[in-house]
Design a protein around this ligand. Structure first.
Ligand code: GDP
Length: 369
């Protein structure tokens, strides 16, 4: 067996199996390090941080994360929970309640650029606040941003600057919400801290945090992303993930449906229309995603026959749990949620059953558009 080599930046054992795990280094570089005994080797994450001021995500599980943040309640801090607006319920950290203590926390809803152009920010914020309150969380503020497009970052940065006068700012979030992209964008826009990062000390272990010094003597602290089973993204391979992730604002596609009809969202989502009038369902998913309408009585057979081919992604079904459904009544115009995939707007007075693998990310909200 090959001997373990340790990253001199963060102390993680170097590995070339999983780019999202601690200590990742591409295989060619790792092989080179193994044959070259006296070189100091950095993992890819520390290398990029050192040379490009770029923060790469690293994942850990919930237990590690809780251990990491256990001490937070005793500190003076601002906690920033970054959430994915397209996978909101699965990216909101219910465990926040336990570790925030008396500290303030704010929610930053990322990927706002994907919302259709006519979306109202106030409606989205109301929805987020209600969902957070339902989980016993009371954010002091809610920001809607796009880290990728640098939308609405000015107001967030202004708030962080103001809050960090007397405390450190901790960024927390599940994986894939865009936390690294966001921190990189903030650092980029803050400008004056750029030079400092390269000289900032490296954390003691990779499960630790990255501290970005601010001019006022406090820090922005990037904690590792938490992986949860309840995110579809945890179950998909990189190629499928790429396919279902929208790149541009979602455009509505309308389907006329009768009770007894079923819509498939590729092989990842399904809606059975159980009761109601003939009406239109408006689908908001990534543009390249295949949507198929069929009769509900044929739907199971259709899915068996075509999954992994016509109904792809997923390209293969072995990595995913079976589809599981949940029934919803629409008491008002509603969005049926498919966390990580998108949503479908249906009018008032419909009974539907929606499905995803293991029921991950299913939900409903008052229509936002
Ligand atoms: P992390 O695991 O939370 O650190 O997430 P990353 O920063 O690695 O981002 C996860 C994925 O979301 C990547 O594919 C990013 O390109 C994408 N992403 C990040 N921010 C945004 C955003 O503002 N808009 C959109 N559309 N995608 C984003």
């Amino acid at each position: 067996m090959d001997e373990d080599i340790i990253c001199i930046g963060c102390g993680a054992v170097l590995q070339s199996d999983d780019p999202k795990k601690a200590g990742y280094l591409p295989k060619s570089a790792l092989d080179k390090a193994r044959t070259n005994e006296n070189t100091d080797v950095y993992c890819q994450r520390c290398f990029r941080l050192r040379h490009y001021n770029e923060i790469m995500p690293v994942d850990l599980n919930n237990d590690d994360f809780l251990a990491l943040l256990n001490s937070l309640a005793e500190k003076k801090a601002l906690v920033v929970n970054v959430v994915d607006l397209f996978d909101f319920s699965n990216s909101l950290l219910s465990s926040l309640k336990r570790f925030v203590g008396n500290n303030d926390f704010i929610l930053v809803g990322n990927k706002f650029d994907l919302f259709p152009k006519n979306s109202k920010q106030s409606k989205i914020k109301d929805w987020i606040r209600q969902e957070a309150n339902r989980m016993g969380l009371y954010p002091k503020k809610i920001f809607l941003v796009s880290a990728r497009k640098k939308l609405n970052l000015d107001t967030l940065i202004e708030y962080i600057n103001q809050q960090s006068q007397d405390k450190d700012v901790y960024f927390v979030g599940t994986t894939n919400v865009g936390k690294s992209t966001l921190i990189n964008a903030i650092v980029d826009m803050m400008g004056d801290i750029q030079d400092l990062i390269t000289t900032s000390r490296f954390p003691g272990t990779t499960l630790d945090r990255i501290e970005i010094p601010l001019e006022n003597g406090h820090f922005l602290i990037d904690t590792p992303g938490i992986m949860t089973e309840s995110q579809l993204t945890t179950h998909l391979n990189a190629k499928d993930l790429e396919l279902i992730s929208p790149k541009k604002p979602l455009k509505p596609a309308t389907y006329q449906l009768l009770p007894g009809n079923t819509l498939f969202l590729a092989g990842l989502g399904r809606i059975d229309y159980l009761k109601g009038e003939s009406t239109s369902f408006t689908v908001y998913v990534a543009r390249g995603m295949y949507v198929h309408r069929t009769k509900t009585i044929n739907a199971d057979a259709f899915y068996e026959k075509h999954r992994g081919e016509l109904l792809a992604p997923p390209a293969s079904d072995d990595q995913l749990p079976a589809l599981k459904g949940q029934e919803f009544n629409t008491n008002y115009k509603s969005d049926l949620l498919f966390g990580g995939i998108g949503f479908v707007t249906v009018p008032k007075g419909c009974v539907v059953k929606t499905y995803t693998p293991a029921g991950i990310g299913l939900g409903i909200r008052r229509a936002l558009i």
